[in-house]
Design a protein around this ligand. Structure first.
Ligand code: TYD
Length: 136
């Protein structure tokens, strides 16, 4: 549920030469990383996401710039504004997500617990609610 999703503060090595952040699978985040993907060159006003995952866990990081992530467990919704390279939003499975409000030049990096599998997606909101046992 939404209560399992949270902002994770990652290690940050502050340095006048530039800051450094690192992430170890299974250590700083509650899964091992099987895949990394990123969104970039996102035009103003664009929306991404619009789906849920059956089993996948993810960590979403604003590597540059900012954007919003709206999480929805079928009961309640929560909007997060991501704009720090040392913070990640942990999203567990069975959460509908929408990404919007991308600043120009923003980069959204996602660490994922599994390889890409279209069968792991709910791309239809009604189907997602049905799977959660929520009456419509
Ligand atoms: P999708 O997950 O819908 O994008 P987003 O949630 O970021 O808006 O994926 C968009 C397309 O890219 C879709 O055709 C599947 C493909 N894709 C891959 O082939 N591999 C991947 O790792 C991801 C995330 C997407």
């Amino acid at each position: 549920s939404l209560d399992h999703c949270k902002i994770i503060n990652l290690p940050k090595i502050s340095d006048p030469r530039g800051n450094l952040t690192f992430i170890e699978g299974g250590n700083h985040i509650p899964f091992d990383i099987q895949r990394v993907y990123y969104l970039y060159d996102v035009p103003g006003g664009a929306e991404r996401g619009g789906h849920a995952h059956k089993n996948l866990h993810q960590l979403i990081i604003a590597m540059s710039g900012s954007f919003d992530v709206v999480l929805d467990d079928g009961g309640q919704k929560k909007r997060y504004h991501l704009n720090r390279s040392y913070q990640g939003l942990y999203v567990c499975s069975m959460i509908w997500r929408e990404l919007d409000n991308f600043s120009s030049g923003s980069v959204c990096m996602v660490l994922a617990s599994n390889k890409y599998d279209e069968d792991d997606y709910y791309r239809n909101y009604s189907e997602f609610l049905l799977a959660k046992g929520i009456d419509q």
